[in-house]
Design a protein around this ligand. Structure first.
Ligand SMILES: [Zn+2]
Ligand SMILES: [Zn+2]
Length: 267
């Protein structure tokens, strides 16, 4: 089927909205009409060819939308289901079999190799050429074909714009503090960098009830939000590191303080 997708043709090139051909879902795959997608620094890493994914390429790895069709063998999803799409995994290596797909032994070849998770080929084409997929979904597009195993059904009344970042940034941050870090109410957590992942660490730490949350970042507005997100369960401590311009003379280290004041109003 013909879809519209943002295609990157060269390293650091622009995202160009173009016609692309998308294959029908194969066995174990679903076709999703994307309603929302997040954007993450890893997309930009792909666009800059920091990881050498074959070009041309359609990025996007935090898709959320509505299932339109399912391939053979898909029993737990049906057309009309609202879903979020996450990273791809082979669903067959030891890590995947043990319920740890985030440690999939083929994580890099699948997610950064330009191919679908299920058979090592791409579902995207343009003018007779293959176009690389990203994270098995390429969600910077009107539609994605993704492995059903990487697609999670959500309730119909949830804003799909909020579901999208769960696919990467939110689970990365919250998982780091809750699962990998095993934080508990006695924990003191310091978060360096307050983007989507850092904010998700802060929210995860607040959910766990960590006794101290220290947010360190360079953007005063982000730090205000970090303080708000850390509040529900615990007071947060916020520190601001100096931006590269401010850092040119002084030491880059700023000690955390519990009485941080935005620089505009500092005396
Ligand atoms: Zn990401
Ligand atoms: Zn695996």
């Amino acid at each position: 089927m013909k879809i519209k997708a943002y295609v990157v043709h060269e390293a650091n090139g622009p995202y160009l909205l173009e016609d692309v051909e998308l294959d029908e879902p194969k066995s174990g795959e679903v076709l999703v009409r994307n309603v929302a997608t997040g954007i993450c620094h890893t997309d930009e890493f792909g666009r800059s060819q920091g990881v050498p994914i074959p070009l041309p390429l359609v990025l996007g790895h935090e898709g959320a939308g509505i299932v339109e069709r399912v391939g053979t063998g898909v029993e737990d999803l049906k057309p009309g289901d609202h879903v979020g799409i996450t990273y791809a995994f082979d669903n067959s290596c030891d890590a995947c079999k043990h319920g740890e797909p985030y440690y999939c032994e083929n994580f890099n070849p699948i997610n950064f190799g330009g191919v679908a998770a299920t058979d090592g080929t791409t579902r995207l084409h343009q003018d007779g050429r293959d176009v690389s997929m990203f994270f098995g979904q390429s969600s910077f597009a009107t539609h994605s074909v993704a492995a059903a195993a990487s697609v999670a059904k959500v309730d119909d009344d949830i804003d799909l714009g909020l579901v999208a970042p769960l696919g990467c940034g939110v689970q990365t941050g919250a998982g780091a503090v809750i699962n990998a870090g095993q934080a508990d109410p006695s924990s003191q957590v310091a978060v360096f960098g307050c983007g989507a992942v850092g904010m998700s660490v802060i929210m995860g730490a607040a959910v766990v009830g960590c006794k101290t949350i220290i947010a360190v970042g360079g953007n005063p507005k982000s730090l205000e939000l970090a303080r708000e997100l850390g509040e529900p369960r615990t007071p947060s401590t916020v520190a601001r590191w100096r931006t590269s311009r401010e850092r040119s003379v002084a030491s880059p280290v700023v000690a955390p303080t519990s009485a941080w004041t935005p620089p505009e109003t500092a005396t």
